[in-house]
Design a protein around this ligand. Structure first.
Ligand SMILES: [Zn+2]
Length: 457
């Protein structure tokens, strides 16, 4: 049993002072009190918040972030970005995937994310390496201390109706039987702070007949395992779905699959009212990745309407063009402000603080999507938390909930000093114990891949 002391912080919906949190050896919070001053000589940390789950990551894409910000003759859109990304993906071996994921996960921890949902579709380099590629991701999580919800992806087709895969998609493919076997092999390796879930890449990439067997396979292993899917990121995808089924993607999914609280619908960007009401009714989580969605020119999700009817959401850094939970939430809110010419849009129905509301909702929604017992500081939850440097200039005029508002909207530079995952400090005084080694390996690898891509271009 360990006791940790904090000067103030966000506990449930309340801002409390002189907080003491008891953490058991399994990382769970067993007692939480306020108004407790630490014994003489024991450190009292500064302001504490629940850590943020990152519900959507393609780790290898971190190595490619920033390398597609130019225009060649012709269209520059999601689909041209995807071709360039496939080119980068060809360089991923298990070792390369582990090096990139390790550096990314350290960046995530420093940015206040304590858990990551790894939407893992890079199964093969030049041969079947599914297990080794998954082990690379698990190895990176073990090395860095982040909590992992590993989400192997079923990917079988290039378009609606089971179209033949493209050559660039070869590293992503599995038969349904091989995929179900992979889930069985991985399940016992994901214990402690790690979980296993199931992912369908998209309706484009998975033929209708493959859904039921994959869902059966994961339910045999874990009835509560999360199920994720990319759903309606691009209007071209929505139109293709209309041509195929005469239904929009979310409409089709809600009608044909057992969508419930286990499901996370990533990039449900293009939805009409019937669809966002349907998602809210089912209790699934919408996975929003505002910086990636902005970077790829996807569009704006109707977050205001969806939250107003009780819809649940979480955030992900997806392509990792940015690794910063605050920037995701800030951009989510700013998108709504710009579209509506209004301020403080995403608050509770009765009003209140936007920053605090966004942090709480995204933390709880992200925890649901990752099936991890985190997202708030409470007895029975895991001790995943972040400490803010209350002395940072951005907090000079803030008190209570304004601290979270300032953190999100005025938070430059990063004021996170310490991060705890499952009761263990993984970031202390802004540093990860292995960051120098991990970042050096990353720089050497990504520099080498980038040079070889230029030479090959
Ligand atoms: Zn994605």
């Amino acid at each position: 049993m360990q006791k940790h002391y904090f000067s103030e912080g966000l506990v449930g919906g309340d801002w409390l002072f002189d907080i003491c949190i008891d953490v058991a050896s399994d990382g769970l919070i067993t007692k939480l009190e306020s108004g407790v001053t630490p014994p003489a000589g024991v450190r009292q940390h500064s302001a504490v918040l629940p850590a943020m789950p990152n519900l959507h990551s393609h780790a290898f894409q971190r190595g490619f972030a920033g390398l597609a910000e130019f225009r060649e003759a012709g269209a520059s859109d999601f689909w041209s970005w995807r071709s360039a990304m496939y080119h980068f993906a060809r360089h991923m071996t298990p070792k390369a995937a582990e090096v990139i994921a390790s550096a990314l996960y350290v960046e995530m921890l420093k940015a206040g994310y304590s858990a990551v949902g790894e939407f893992h579709y890079l199964h093969n380099a030049d041969q079947d390496q599914s297990l080794a590629m998954s082990e690379a991701i698990i190895g990176a999580a073990e090395k860095t201390g982040i909590a992992l919800t590993h989400l192997p992806v079923l990917y079988q087709a290039s378009d609606f109706g089971g179209e033949e895969p493209l050559s660039g998609q070869a590293p992503f493919l599995h038969t349904t039987d091989d995929f179900c076997r992979l889930l069985q092999v991985l399940k016992p390796r994901l214990t402690g702070r790690h979980r296993l879930g199931l992912t369908f890449h998209s309706l484009r990439a998975v033929p209708e007949e493959s859904f039921a067997s994959a869902i059966d396979a994961i339910e045999t292993l874990d009835m509560k395992a999360p199920i994720h899917i990319h759903i309606a990121e691009q209007t071209r995808e929505v139109n293709a779905c209309m041509d195929w089924a005469d239904m929009r993607p979310v409409e089709w999914l809600l009608k044909n699959q057992p969508v419930d609280e286990r499901w996370c619908l990533v990039h449900a960007t293009h939805v009409v009212e019937e669809e966002w009401r349907g998602m809210a009714d089912r209790g699934c989580v919408v996975g929003l990745c505002p910086t990636t969605e902005a970077n790829l020119g996807d569009g704006l999700f109707p977050a205001h309407e969806f939250l107003k009817v009780g819809g649940r959401f979480g955030i992900g850094s997806d392509s990792h063009i940015s690794v910063d939970a605050r920037e995701e939430l800030r951009l989510l809110e700013y998108g709504q402000r710009l579209a509506r010419q209004a301020r403080t849009v995403l608050t509770a129905r009765e009003g209140g603080h936007t920053g605090e509301h966004l942090w709480r909702q995204a933390a709880v929604g992200g925890a649901q999507a990752l099936a991890q017992p985190i997202g708030e500081l409470a007895v029975g939850k895991r001790a995943d938390l972040i400490v803010l440097d209350r002395r940072a200039p951005m907090f000079a005029g803030s008190a209570y909930s304004q601290i979270v508002d300032s953190f999100i909207f005025a938070g430059q530079p990063n004021p996170i000093t310490d991060v705890m995952v499952a009761g263990q400090w993984v970031i202390t005084d802004g540093k990860h114990a292995r960051e120098e080694e991990v970042f050096a390996e990353y720089s050497e690898l990504v520099g080498r891949i980038s040079r070889s891509m230029e030479e090959g271009a």
